[in-house]
Design a protein around this ligand. Sequence first.
Ligand SMILES: Cc1ncc(COP(=O)(O)O)c(C=O)c1O
Length: 393
Amino acid sequence: MTDARAWLAENVAGITVSAIKEMAMRAAPLDDVASLTWGLPSFQTPAYIRAAVKNLLDSDPELGMYSLPDGLPSLRRAAAAAHEAATGIAVDPDRNVTITAGNMQGLNALFHTLLNPGDEIIVTDPGFASHFQQIRLCRGVPVFWPLDAAQGWQLDPEALPGLITPRTKAIVLVSPSNPTGKIFSEAKLRRVGEIARQHDVKILLDDPYSHFCYENRDSYFNLSSVPELADSLIYLFTFSKAYAMTGWRIGYMILPEAVKKEVLKVHDATLICAPRVSQLAALTALTEEPVHLKEFEGVLARRRALICERLDRLPHVFDYHKPEGAYYVFPRIVAQHGNAHDFCIDVLEKTHVTLTPGAAFGPSGEHHLRMAYCVADEVIDTAFDRLEKLFGV
Ligand SMILES: Cc1ncc(COP(=O)(O)O)c(C=O)c1O
């Protein structure tokens, strides 16, 4: 008899749907769920972006067509200008910019470009679960780089050289971090840059959250502003979170010319180009005043205060560091429990509250869980009312 799974590629058999989606799917048949699982902001795409696209639907005869594989020249120019304004680094729209269908697609193209089977990518632990899965899909190996829990999940650059091997291709960084909300310090980031350069390893800087730094804006540092890293760093920006455009699937990469040339082969072979309508929406986002940003950040700051206040009332259940940026908090479970996954399933079954088990974000995440506070205030309140009922106050 043939193996029932003979049709299945090993790299696909070796990965799972992320714990975030697993929890969302488990919750789907239940009534009245309060979800703190998915990092999907409650905001609508800003009105000025929607209005511009509405006009283009009637007026632009090319709206439904492909663009060049690396994206519309006008959007690449706008992305280069936005990058220079944010970092002080001038980049060439033709040689250094590629428009992506969001950071997940950009990273997927990069991992395909960098990885031979068995090659290694260093990822922070905890880090973003989908990075690990993408690396495995490309037959690479995610190498976990434990963050310093005692320092609120700060980077520990001195542990990095010990993880680098002849097979290491790149290090992935996200700041502010998903899932911890930590903003990595300038000094630590610069040190990582130096180590990467010494070892000829690329840095992939995945940036969905830099617009959400609250009162910690001054401690945010964009590592792509270091001129010496021009040949080794790839910066990925997504419109998903800052512009509430998760469903438009649009972002851009700033990358060295030699890397762009190679990535473009993968991008063209797998996607052709990012959706043109989304590229035009992104062009509006970059060329109009981003009036919504202050409002988004204000609402998220309020929700962060709310979730921290509610966590403070459950010190016998959770211990946590106040998140500095993004919109996640990553508490340690101090209540009696086996592992974080079973804890989350138990909470879901008893209260219809969804939480994401921390082990999904790397081995250091065990006994933690991630809560996303980008949801409506009432959802946060409902979830914590139920948790208080379950655990007592
Ligand atoms: C660290 C990180 N990278 C990438 C993404 C996805 O970005 P995009 O929607 O641009 O694919 C997310 C979404 O939660 C994220 O947290």
